[in-house]
Ligand binder design. Structure first.
Ligand SMILES: [Zn+2]
Length: 439
């Protein structure tokens, strides 16, 4: 076994679903739109165009910071991050450098605390499309509001990373600020990974794996990297500081380019956008929009409604499903219905998101209604069942109590749900006794 500990930090990009882009009036929803139909001088970076920040995007980024237990900065500003790449027509990206919107947060997962370094706002870049030997550029995505969440290098286990990302994904959906659809690229995951002999000592290198679009792939990429880096170190080679890509098919990572240091970007304050000042009452107003978060909901379901933890977890994962559960709960379908009855109806359905409140209500009612049993048919089915299973009947007579359940199963199936299991057991037992007395 190796003595190395993985040291992992995360950068997560989330596209906000505001109506317009970050600094102009173009629509922000760019998915599957005809290329270059949603652009203007601002998001194309034409000379003289002036960016105006989208207030909603700023508020939502602050809201996310609050949901992640961050301190919101009272003073914040935008900066230019200078680098050259074809998907960036201005030659710089408007981002935030030394005064991000919020800092120093955390998320608790299964009793472990993972610290969040910062949450800041920036603009997305254009998209490169490779067609044959040509590369085309679509600027519809250019300028779409993007929140970047940076964690501390607090993770030592790829499974913890996966759990953290799942929780973050659920929170983002709860807040309603992004679809966080990874297939469409509206949530992008970048772990940076190194290994160390001392858990408290950051190695002087790290490997960043770019743009992974599933939680499982992140876990696989981390596991692969940890193994690769340990193998290098054990051969007395130092892993290179670099950016790598993830190959889904081979489940491996591959070298892309050596990693730029922050100073390579030459950040400087964006001169066209005045610094932002947030008063305490403004931040409090945003805070008042925070919904009950998934972990709090889960705990409440367990404590107040006595649901099993796994059931409460499943119910609370999707805010729409959770809302339906709570709506039916409030309607109070009838007196003898417990929260668990409603939960069971929802949990038993495969497609929970399309289930309506009305359907849940009806199903709960139906299940709680006493079943009308045709006693004549029941007696007939019981007789047939006893006749065709003499060996099982003998077993039961010899004292094997379990044998009766086998017979109950057959009778229930024949009755097609039109009989209560307890009634069937009683009738079966008394019938066997009667037959016994006769013989
Ligand atoms: Zn525009």
């Amino acid at each position: 076994m190796s003595d190395y500990t993985p040291i992992i930090g995360l950068e997560i990009h989330v596209e906000l679903k505001t109506r317009s882009k970050m600094f102009c009036q173009c629509p922000a929803d760019h998915f599957a739109k005809k290329p270059n139909t949603q652009t203007c001088p601002v998001c194309l970076g034409l000379p003289g165009a002036l960016p105006v920040p989208n207030k909603k995007a700023v508020d939502w980024a602050i809201l996310l910071g609050l949901a992640l237990n961050c301190k919101v900065s009272h003073e914040s500003k935008f900066d230019r991050k200078n680098y050259f790449y074809p998907d960036l027509p201005k030659g710089y990206q408007i981002s935030q450098y030394d005064q991000p919107l919020s800092t120093d947060g955390y998320l608790n997962i299964d009793g472990k605390r993972f610290k969040i370094h910062r949450v800041h706002l920036e603009e997305d870049t254009g998209k490169l499309l490779h067609v044959g030997t040509d590369t085309l550029i679509d600027f519809n995505r250019s300028g779409v509001p993007l929140v970047e969440i940076v964690t501390e290098p607090d993770f030592h286990d790829s499974e913890d990373v996966k759990r953290f990302l799942e929780e973050l994904h659920t929170i983002v959906r709860y807040l309603g600020i992004s679809d966080a659809d990874m297939e469409k690229g509206s949530m992008r995951l970048e772990p940076n990974i190194s290994v160390s002999l001392n858990i408290n000592e950051l190695p002087n290198y790290k490997v960043e794996v770019k743009n992974i679009n599933s939680f499982r792939y992140v876990r696989n990429a981390i596991d692969f990297e940890v193994k690769r880096q340990i193998e290098l170190l054990e051969k007395s080679e130092k892993p290179k500081q670099e950016t790598r890509g993830y190959d889904e098919k081979k489940q491996t990572t591959y070298s892309q380019r050596s990693k730029e240091e922050a100073q390579d970007y030459r950040y400087f304050p964006e001169p066209d956008i005045p610094p932002m000042v947030f008063k305490e009452e403004y931040i409090n107003k945003i805070k008042s929009n925070l919904p009950e978060l998934p972990s709090a909901k889960l705990n409440r379901y367990v404590e107040k409604f006595n649901l099993k933890k796994q059931d409460a977890y499943t119910l609370s994962r999707d805010i729409n499903v959770a809302n339906k559960f709570e709506t039916v709960l409030k309607i109070q379908v009838s007196d003898n219905i417990k929260p668990a009855d409603i939960a069971n109806v929802i949990l038993n359905k495969k497609d929970r998101s399309s289930l309506t409140v009305e359907e849940i209500k009806e199903e709960v009612k139906k299940r709680k209604q006493p079943i009308h049993t045709d006693e004549k048919i029941l007696a007939l089915i019981i007789d047939q069942t006893l006749k065709s299973n003499p060996k099982v009947v003998e077993d039961y007579k010899k004292g094997r109590e379990n044998a009766i359940m086998f017979l109950v199963g057959i009778v229930m199936r024949e009755m097609k749900g039109r009989a209560d299991a307890k009634l069937v057991i009683d009738k079966l037992k008394s019938r066997i006794e009667k037959l016994n007395a006769k013989s």
